[in-house]
Design a binder for this molecule. Structure first.
Ligand code: NAD
Length: 244
């Protein structure tokens, strides 16, 4: 798929990896929907003023089915269609499993997994009708390996892999591809919050001995959107952490 002039929706793109992905698609000439739970600030929108494509903000909560349907409808009426959906929005709420409440568990599943389901379902009719589309789901290496204190997060990110492979099989013959990116440790607000001592331990587990950049994940997202014979795959971009 040639990215120039294609219509791309990136969930959770007000900062971090999602913002990086939105920039990379915009740099390639796409029209991009920026999304977050609250209104997209002028400061974020202004960062995109030099690109050729149309950049709009549509706020809403992906974990609410009605919001997901409304946001996709708005994007389609603004752009005339949607070619790429990047399900990037996600949260953590870390606790040891013995201390984790049902609410802690369900909150993370509801956004990371149900939110991805809501957005995917909302775009599929348009994409299958157009016989073209790419859906890219942002999982995590934690979904492949598990992690202490992240049973809820790991369950949601592992769930995304089974979800993506199932949908990939359902829609492959209709020209829609579904792939997964599993980032390792990437610089963002999410990882800034990790204490320095913990960061040193994590760096010790990365063969390349450095944290990744949002742009590096974004380049994989563009690659997955472009490659027309790739579906149901997982790409771990993690400096060699997992080597799956
Ligand atoms: P971040 O916290 O910096 O940004 C998350 C974005 O998602 C924000 O824009 C936020 O507004 C949005 N968001 C959260 N809940 C939402 C909802 N219900 N509806 C709409 N938007 C919502 O996070 P990040 O580090 O940039 O991570 C982005 C994605 O990458 C997440 O899915 C995360 O799990 C995954 N990931 C991150 C890392 C990392 O090291 N940073 C590693 C692996 C995977």
């Amino acid at each position: 798929m040639e990215i120039k002039a294609k219509n791309v929706f990136v969930t959770g793109s007000t900062r971090g990896i999602g913002l990086g992905i939105a920039h990379e698609f915009a740099r390639c000439g796409a029209n991009v929907v920026l999304n977050g739970r609250s209104e997209i600030s002028e400061e974020v929108l202004n960062q995109f003023s030099d690109y050729d494509g149309k950049i709009i903000g549509i706020s809403g909560d992906i974990s609410q089915e009605a919001d997901a349907k409304r946001m996709v409808k708005e994007a389609i009426s603004e752009f005339g269609g949607l070619d790429v959906l990047v399900n990037n929005a996600g949260i953590t709420n870390d606790k040891l499993v013995l201390k984790m409440t049902e609410a802690d568990f369900e909150q993370v599943l509801k956004i990371n997994l149900t939110g991805t389901f809501n957005m995917t379902q909302a775009v599929l009719k348009t994409m299958t009708k157009a016989r073209q589309g790419a859906i890219i789901n942002i999982s995590s290496v934690v979904g492949l390996t598990g992690n202490v204190g992240q049973a809820n997060y790991a369950a949601s990110k592992a769930g995304l892999i089974g979800f993506s492979k199932s949908v990939a099989r359902e829609v492959a013959a209709r020209g829609v591809r579904v792939n997964v990116i599993a980032p390792g440790f990437i610089a963002s607000d999410m990882t800034d919050a990790i204490p320095d001592k913990m960061k040193d331990i994590i760096l010790g587990q990365i063969p390349m001995k450095r944290i990744g950049k949002p742009k590096e994940v974004a380049q994989v997202a563009v690659f997955l959107a472009e490659q027309e014979y790739l579906t149901g795959q997982i790409i771990a971009i993690d400096g060699g952490m997992t080597m799956i």
